[in-house]
Write a protein that binds this ligand. Structure first.
Ligand SMILES: Cc1cc2nc3c(=O)[nH]c(=O)nc-3n(C[C@H](O)[C@H](O)[C@H](O)COP(=O)(O)O)c2cc1C
Length: 300
């Protein structure tokens, strides 16, 4: 997730039960312009350690040649477990530039992108998409064309572009999709509790679940879900353990970035999750240092 899943956040997710982590979406244009050590796009994707694997790098763009070259760079320089194409981003900037979910309107061009990338890489190629622009069933027509083009995996965010982030995820269409394609499908959308994970797994019959917003401020959700799916019982993560996780992440962030300004959003999500009083949340929105994080947590 853009602005969220940096190397440290992914490490925390992994330590708390995530089986696979994904990079933030990385610009294919940026990747081919800045292949040097200091290239921003490359560094966004590159900062990961072997212990993080399986780790997928997601790229975005609408030019088949540029996407293929970017994928080649990712394979050569980063060596992740796989590469993913973003066909889900709904933000106005993406719409205007013609990448992300709007690309669903031009599947022939996406087919070209898939084919061009497949020619250049040996890693598995995935694509993360919404169900359609407006109609959830659009995916039933376009997914087989992507499979035929050589795609190895499809990640489905079970909402349309117009559904943005709030529409009820349409698991019925994802279930139908299983009859249309034979490549692995990963289910995404609306999993923010162990019960929801069980619900979508049972309804879709898919074992591979991807979690987005539910894990922001709650990385222990991965462990909670695994425990619930295995035993049917709720895992109770003690408050003291939750505080240790937050402090560990803040410490790593401070060491790596020199400040905690970019951690503020996630810290607020943590405080919300821990039901901290509003006054504390307001104060915490200005945190800069680990000492301040610890001070705020001591008040809970
Ligand atoms: C802040 C934010 C950033 C995101 N960035 C990306 C991204 O870079 N690539 C991507 O495929 N999806 C991105 N997403 C979408 C999520 O991965 C996910 O598909 C969506 O939130 C639905 O899943 P959820 O209901 O579990 O959150 C982002 C979502 C949010 C809220």
């Amino acid at each position: 997730m853009c602005g969220i899943t940096d190397r440290i956040t992914r490490k925390i997710a992994k330590e708390n039960g995530a089986d696979v982590t994904w990079s933030e979406m990385v610009s294919s244009e940026g990747l081919i312009r800045q292949t040097g050590e200091n290239g921003k796009s490359l560094s966004l994707a590159e900062k990961f350690s072997e212990e993080e694997k399986p780790y997928w790098v997601q790229i975005f763009g609408n030019n088949p040649d540029v996407m293929a070259r970017a994928a080649e760079i990712v394979e050569e320089k980063i060596k992740p477990s796989g590469i993913d194409i973003n066909l889900g981003c709904p933000v106005p900037k993406a719409k205007k530039a013609g990448y992300g979910a709007v690309q669903i309107a031009d599947i022939p061009s996406v087919v070209k992108i898939v084919k061009a990338i497949k020619k250049k890489i040996t890693l598995p190629l995935s694509l993360k998409t919404r169900l359609g622009l407006r109609e959830p069933e659009e995916i039933l027509a376009f997914a087989p064309r992507l499979e035929k083009a050589g795609l190895d995996q499809l990640v489905v965010h079970a909402r349309t572009l117009t559904g943005m982030f709030s529409a009820e995820p349409d698991w019925q269409v994802v279930k139908k999709l299983k009859e249309k394609i034979s490549i692995p499908i990963v289910y995404n959308g609306g999993i923010n509790s162990p019960e929801k994970a069980l619900f979508y797994r049972q309804k879709t019959g898919l074992d591979d679940l991807m979690i987005g917003r539910g894990a922001i401020g709650r990385p222990w959700l991965f462990a909670e879900i695994k425990h619930f799916l295995k035993t049917g019982e709720k895992l109770s993560v003690p408050l003291v353990r939750k505080k240790e996780i937050i402090i560990k992440q803040a410490r790593m962030m401070e060491e790596s970035k020199g400040s905690l300004v970019s951690f503020r959003g996630q810290f607020l999500a943590y405080l919300k999750e821990l039901r901290a009083p509003r006054k504390l949340r307001v104060e915490a929105s200005q945190i800069r240092s680990l000492a301040e994080v610890k001070g705020a947590l001591d008040k809970i």
